[in-house]
Unconditional design. Sequence first.
Length: 121
Amino acid sequence: MSQLNRQTSVGVGLATAALVYGIYDQTVPRTVDIRVQQAGDRDLAAAEKNARWISGAAVLVVSLITMDATVFVLGATMVVALSWSKRHANYCQPGGVANIPSSRQIQNADQVGAGYTPALV
């Protein structure tokens, strides 16, 4: 079924994965910026869904043109990985485990402790 040789197939598959990454990069904010928003933002969910459909269509078109399963597997794996990553970031509560401020949050000087204070035993 494969019409491409092995080296070309992997190269086109990696190029398709890069295309998917580019679509997600231009359509959805960075994961770190998604994580500082409130969990379950509908606009972010809609942007991720839009990127998923566009990426899936691009992978399907390229794999149908090349008639190669490797291209489809590499591209679809990238779609699933990026989709899961963005969805997970959207449903994480900001300031969860470690309340570390992001680059977009400003921290007041009076809220910052003087340094390490050991617990008294």
